[in-house]
Design a protein around this ligand. Structure first.
Ligand SMILES: [Fe+2]
Ligand SMILES: [Fe+2]
Length: 211
C-alpha cells in the first residue's frame, strides 16, 4: 500500500466523529462527496507529481465548515482541520500547505490566490463533482426544483467549466461535463417545444373564439 493511503481510514474516522456533533449537516458535502473529490484529486495529483499525503488530508477535511451551516466555509474548514491534523500526528511541516489549500477552496477566493497545486486541484475536483450523473442529480435537486431554468443551469455549468484552474482538470472532467451539459440542453429543448405547442394552441383557441 502506498504510504499516503494509511491516512484514508484515519481521516474517515475523524470525519465521522466530527459529523456526529456537527450542528448543521450539509447532505451534499458528506462522505460520498469527499470520496468522489478524492478520486479526482488523486488522479490529478499523480499527473502533476504532487505529494499525495498533502492531497489526501486536503480533500478529506476541506468541507468541515460546511457542516456548521456556512456557505462561505473555506477558512472555517481550515480552522477546524488544524486540531484534527495535530491530533492524528500528521507531518507538521505539511499542515500549513493543507490548511492553505482548504482555506482557499470556496468561491470567495479568486483563482489567482490559489497558488499551490493542492489548492488548484481541490478547487477543480470540487467543481468536477458537480458534473456527470451526480451533477445532474444535484442540479435537479437544488436548482431546477427551486425554480431555476435549464438555461440558467447551463450558464452556471459553463461558468464552472470556464473557472477550472488546470488544463489537466479539463481533460479529466471533460466527459462528465458533457454528460451534465447534454442533459440540460435536452431538457431546455423539450421545454421550448412544449412552450411553443402551448402558444400555438392558445392562438388557435383565440382564432376559434373569434378574438
Ligand atoms: Fe467546500
Ligand atoms: Fe467540497
Amino acid at each position: 500500500m502506498e504510504n499516503y493511503k494509511k491516512w484514508i481510514p484515519v481521516l474517515t474516522k475523524e470525519l465521522n466523529r466530527f459529523m456526529k456533533t456537527a450542528p448543521s449537516i450539509s447532505p451534499i458535502h458528506k462522505n460520498d462527496h469527499i470520496k468522489r473529490v478524492w478520486v479526482t484529486s488523486e488522479t490529478l495529483c499523480k499527473k502533476l507529481n504532487g505529494d499525495q499525503e498533502i492531497m489526501v488530508a486536503t480533500v478529506f477535511l476541506h468541507d468541515l465548515g460546511r457542516h456548521q451551516g456556512l456557505e462561505i466555509h473555506g477558512e472555517k474548514s481550515a480552522e477546524l482541520a488544524r486540531p484534527i491534523l495535530e491530533k492524528v500526528g500528521f507531518p507538521s511541516e505539511k499542515i500549513p500547505i493543507v490548511l492553505d489549500a482548504i482555506g482557499k477552496h470556496d468561491y470567495t477566493t479568486p483563482n489567482e490566490a490559489r497558488t499551490s497545486i493542492y489548492a488548484k486541484i481541490l478547487y477543480d475536483a470540487d467543481k468536477i463533482d458537480a458534473f456527470g450523473k451526480i451533477g445532474i442529480q444535484r442540479h435537479i435537486q437544488f436548482y431546477l426544483r427551486k425554480g431555476k431554468t435549464p438555461a440558467e443551469i447551463l450558464e452556471m455549468l459553463e461558468k464552472r467549466w470556464a473557472g477550472l484552474t488546470l488544463p489537466e482538470s479539463r481533460k479529466v472532467g471533460k466527459a462528465a461535463y458533457k454528460i451534465v451539459k447534454d442533459y440540460f440542453l435536452k431538457l431546455q429543448k423539450q421545454q421550448t417545444r412544449k412552450a411553443q405547442k402551448l402558444t400555438k394552441r392558445k392562438i388557435r383557441m383565440r382564432q376559434r373564439l373569434g378574438r
